[in-house]
Design a protein around this ligand. Structure first.
Ligand code: G6P
Ligand code: MN
Length: 391
């Protein structure tokens, strides 16, 4: 098995430690030769990196090299994979994306509505620059991009790099939802095979099967309708905001019983309720700044001070695991099936060919091979087109 040279761009992120833990958990499936962190914010990245050094020394001694840099050449030269997780404007601009729309009584969310559009406009030019930088030094690397707002970023990259077939856009939300389905069924997420269609943060599971082909969709629906729905992944299981969001799935399913909705549909189907639930003085950005960001900072400080992870509560999360499994399937032609964002080209036959849709695909070393979905019902087509024609 060829060992991979991986770069994480935007490594100062609060998700990086979870990613490092996931790389360790997946080291047999996606073995690394070297790991490089890249960020434009030296200080933010340095803290995460110093903690990562300790973690890797303890738990990944086989890794030949770990380094962190703000230099593009040093970062991107000779990479096999680049995971892109940047946030243009940081959490302080996320706060504005949420609070400005709320001031006018409309949804204030980082990827939906006016805030999502603003974040999109902000992210596009940085993403284009970054892809150009990566391509300058590693024309052949796989770029796995999960930068938000993924729907808009994916569309921009499709238009600017139409011939670059080694950029794959991806989101962890369907997987995080499937972790909860798996828990309902007493199974592992990797035992489940989804059928799904939509745009990023705007889609539906139409079926869930197990690996033997048994249809488990009704078991999941009945459980949600009767008992509600809760997050189960370690990163979100105790987070009041995510608990509220998952709870809303029951209401969505009661009102629209045909398919199992992505959690983000709450912002489109019940915008006024979502506005009412928000506190304009303390939005999700504030929660993340006071919550995850502080927690990760303290965790890093602790690990650096101890030069050991013995007092650190480190967890593997679905976010990292999912990205790595997809990367492994790209690297080793595993032909696993994962939900990814890809150009429609007839997958959903009654949507435009150039739409960037979110669908299950077999992930091969030649890229995602999505399965045909055919025509979707008019109601969903209408909702999707409403979004598509915005951009
Ligand atoms: C999910 C979505 C991501 C999004 C994240 C926000 O994982 O798929 O696209 O970035 O939630 O979570 P947060 O906890 O920062 O609100
Ligand atoms: Mn997402």
């Amino acid at each position: 098995m060829k060992r991979q040279k991986l770069v994480i761009a935007g490594a100062g992120s609060t998700y990086t430690l979870g990613m490092v833990m996931s790389l360790i958990a997946e080291k047999d499936n996606f073995p690394l030769e070297c790991l490089t962190f890249y960020d434009i914010d030296h200080d933010r990245q340095e803290k995460v990196s110093k903690a990562t050094e300790v973690i890797l020394k303890e738990k990944y001694p086989e890794l030949k090299q770990f380094k962190y840099t703000t230099d593009k050449k040093e970062a991107f030269e000779d990479a096999d994979f680049v995971f892109v997780q940047i946030r243009t404007g940081g959490l302080s601009m996320r706060e504005k994306d949420e609070k400005i729309p709320l001031k006018y009584g409309v949804v204030g969310q980082e990827t939906c509505g006016p805030g999502g559009m603003a974040y999109g406009m902000r992210s596009i030019s940085d993403m284009i620059e970054l892809v150009n930088d990566i391509r300058k030094y590693s024309p052949d690397a796989w770029i796995l991009n999960y930068t938000n707002p993924a729907a808009i970023v994916a569309e921009a990259l499709r238009r600017v790099f139409p011939n670059d077939k080694k950029i794959l856009n991806i989101c962890d939300m369907p997987a995080a939802i499937m972790v909860s389905y798996a828990s309902i069924l007493g199974k592992e997420i990797w035992d489940l095979v989804p059928e799904y269609f939509g745009l990023n943060h705007f889609g539906w599971f139409t079926k869930i099967y197990d690996k033997e082909g048994n249809d488990l969709t009704d078991d999941i629906k009945n459980s949600i309708l009767n008992k509600g729905f809760v997050p189960e992944d370690s990163e979100i299981v105790n987070d009041p905001s995510w608990i509220k969001t998952f709870k809303q799935v029951q209401i969505m399913l009661k009102d629209f019983p045909e398919y199992l909705p992505n959690t983000y549909l709450q912002y489109y189907l019940y915008p006024q309720d979502m506005v009412k639930k928000e506190d304009i003085n303390y939005t999700r950005a504030n929660q993340v700044i006071d919550g995850r960001e502080k927690r990760v900072k303290n965790l890093c400080n602790q690990i650096i001070a101890d030069q050991s992870t013995q007092n650190a509560h480190l967890e593997v999360d679905i976010h990292g695991r999912y990205m790595i499994k997809v990367a492994a399937s790209l690297a080793y032609n595993n032909c696993d099936i994962y939900i990814v964002i890809t150009e429609n080209n007839g997958i959903i036959s009654n949507l435009p060919d150039d739409a960037m849709v979110e669908v299950p695909a077999m992930i091969t070393k030649n890229g995602p091979k999505p399965f045909a979905i055919g025509k979707i019902p008019t109601f969903y087509k209408g909702l999707l087109e409403n979004q598509l024609f915005l951009y």
